[in-house]
Design a protein around this ligand. Structure first.
Ligand SMILES: [Zn+2]
Length: 80
């Protein structure tokens, strides 16, 4: 499907637009936690997303959490 998804009734519908970081149609998110942590994987970063009318940069903290490590060689290690 192309184009933005339509709003879902009864949901917040806030959006986060991540971009392709290596020109390979993927947006790579990397966990910043210590090895062998037990919580969800997590990457936190601050995005400067606009300059307001006073010329000040407005920043937004982005926190992404996910369950499965999708690194290919990590999956091979898991199967041993
Ligand atoms: Zn992790």
């Amino acid at each position: 499907m192309f184009g933005p998804p339509k709003d879902v009734e009864g949901k917040c519908n806030a959006r986060l637009f991540l971009s392709d970081d290596y020109g390979d149609n993927n947006c790579t998110i990397m966990c910043q936690l210590e090895p062998n942590h037990f919580s969800l994987h997590k990457e936190t970063f601050t995005r400067t997303w606009m300059v307001n009318a006073d010329g000040q940069m407005v920043t937004s903290e982005i926190i992404i959490t996910w369950q499965e490590d999708e690194t290919p060689h990590h999956h091979i290690d898991d199967e041993e």
